[in-house]
Write a protein that binds this ligand. Structure first.
Ligand SMILES: CC(C)(COP(=O)(O)OP(=O)(O)OC[C@H]1O[C@@H](n2cnc3c(N)ncnc32)[C@H](O)[C@@H]1OP(=O)(O)O)[C@@H](O)C(=O)NCCC(=O)NCCS
Length: 157
């Protein structure tokens, strides 16, 4: 099977309409809507969202934020890393490898990747080659952090 095509999503009204189909719809989407209404962006290509379309419809998405090395409290040596948010595949498209394709895209950027395993998704992250991080209440504040390490990168103690 051909691997699904992952595309960077444009910030426009069509994308925001597509986002309403996803369960996780909140402040980031509303702030994009405000920016659009204030004419601050149109078809902006620098969105943190990537997605997969099938038959012209957005069916899976992920948000990837690049965190600057100066805020890194996970990796050794300290470096820029990607944080995954809002990974979601629409229910009828699950278990077809789309989640894997989006996570593989994040890993292909060759920086460490961190996420917060929500919705009891721990087994999924383990399958994706992520590992849990020893919980530090002050740093992790209720999150369930999982990370993926590229070669040569270690976890900070
Ligand atoms: C988690 C999620 C993104 C997975 O997407 P998907 O496209 O169904 O995943 P894939 O088809 O690529 O599955 C890859 C593997 O993970 C397994 N898997 C998928 N979802 C899983 C879950 N929630 N728990 C455990 N294993 C899971 C699949 O069975 C598959 O295993 P296999 O390779 O042995 O067959 C999707 O179920 C989803 O959107 N869930 C709701 C939101 C969510 O939980 N987001 C992630 C937490 S932030």
């Amino acid at each position: 099977m051909q691997s699904p095509k992952v595309e960077r999503l444009k910030i426009n009204y069509k994308t925001l309409e597509e986002f309403q189909k996803f369960h996780e719809y909140g402040l980031p989407e509303l702030s994009m809507l405000e920016d659009l209404e204030a004419n601050m962006v149109e078809n902006d290509n620098n969105s943190p969202f990537y997605g997969i379309y099938q038959d012209g419809n957005l069916v899976a998405r992920i948000s990837l934020y690049r965190v600057d090395a100066k805020y890194d409290r996970y990796f050794e040596p300290a470096q820029d890393y990607y944080e995954i948010w809002k990974l979601e595949v629409l229910p009828q498209y699950r278990n077809q490898g789309l989640g894997t394709a989006l996570v593989s895209y994040a890993k292909s950027l060759s920086l460490p990747v961190k996420t917060n395993a929500r919705h009891r998704s721990d087994p999924f992250w383990l399958k994706m080659g992520f590992q849990p991080v020893r919980y530090n209440p002050e740093r992790d504040r209720g999150e369930s952090p999982y990370v993926w390490l590229p070669p040569g990168v270690k976890l900070r103690d």
